[in-house]
Design a protein around this ligand. Sequence first.
Ligand SMILES: NC(=O)C1=CN([C@@H]2O[C@H](COP(=O)(O)OP(=O)(O)OC[C@H]3O[C@@H](n4cnc5c(N)ncnc54)[C@H](OP(=O)(O)O)[C@@H]3O)[C@@H](O)[C@H]2O)C=CC1
Ligand SMILES: CC(C)(CO)C(=O)C(=O)O
Length: 295
Amino acid sequence: MASAQPQCSIVGQGAIGLLAASRLQLAGWAVDLWLRQPNPLRIDFHPLQGPGQSLNFAACQRPAELLFIPVKAYAALPCLQQLQPLLQPGTQIVISHNGMPDLATLQRHVTVNQGLWFLSTSQAAMRTATGVRHTGAGSSVLAALNDTALSSQPKVEPWLNTALGPLTITADIQPALWRKLAINAAINPLTAIHGINNGALAAAEFQAQLEAIVSEVCVVAAAEGMHLPLAETLQQVQQVIAATAANYSSMLQDVRVGRRTELAAITGYIVNTAARHGLAVPANQALWQALASTA
Ligand SMILES: NC(=O)C1=CN([C@@H]2O[C@H](COP(=O)(O)OP(=O)(O)OC[C@H]3O[C@@H](n4cnc5c(N)ncnc54)[C@H](OP(=O)(O)O)[C@@H]3O)[C@@H](O)[C@H]2O)C=CC1
Ligand SMILES: CC(C)(CO)C(=O)C(=O)O
């Protein structure tokens, strides 16, 4: 069946990339993958509801004009630098990861003809032995990071709404980044240390620690000029814990397979930013020390 939508490429075969690729293909989009090897990939996709199905993805030799880069925080810039010589003029590049991105550096690595976007998602997914499982219903926030992106919004919005929507477009990504940082600072290190799924954090024994972590993030955010109300942020953390109860956080998944974690971009960012402002963040500092060897 010929696709009515433009071709898109997705980097890697991670949980978020395969979730996005599967949802796009099932909605009729032509999607291929930028992989570390040239062979096509056959995966089993398990949606939140309903039966699983097998899907096939070609490995692209050159990324399409719509390019999604859902990789770990530490892999985003190296990936952009690696792909840059292969990109077509006018490519729309969407970067997505947890942890605080260095947007200024990313912006310096695109040309004036390339649109640059950042997407923050609370969709949850897990790699399985043969593919990917959608494990938690979430939503995504998308922001254009340059003028070329802004003028291509009609092309980019339906694509990402299908991939990881429901999608909200915002002019300023910073509030969404801080909200997600608070969520990941609370959920990821604790689940990684205790080896538990996200839902286990709803237990009474974790509530004081969750509040201490989140209130420190709110104080650091305020020092950076970002108002993050504590009660509302804690409520969002609890909502994500409930919505992704069955999921094992990406940090726990990394620890389990001995992969580098995103601790530096999450807890490390909070600890370092606090130090710059002369603020004490003992709850986050303790998590940083407990997991430092994984960063
Ligand atoms: N999993 C989840 O539920 C959620 C994850 N997130 C965030 O989304 C981001 C992606 O997460 P996730 O999908 O779990 O991460 P993964 O690390 O599982 O997936 C990233 C994939 O991209 C590949 N990759 C990285 N760089 C390149 C490159 N230059 N060329 C080819 N392939 C490349 C990786 O390969 P290799 O492994 O070989 O490096 C891997 O297959 C993270 O920041 C995560 O925190 C956000 C919300 C929920
Ligand atoms: C939303 C959440 C907490 C889902 O597990 C996530 O972002 C992650 O695992 O990194």
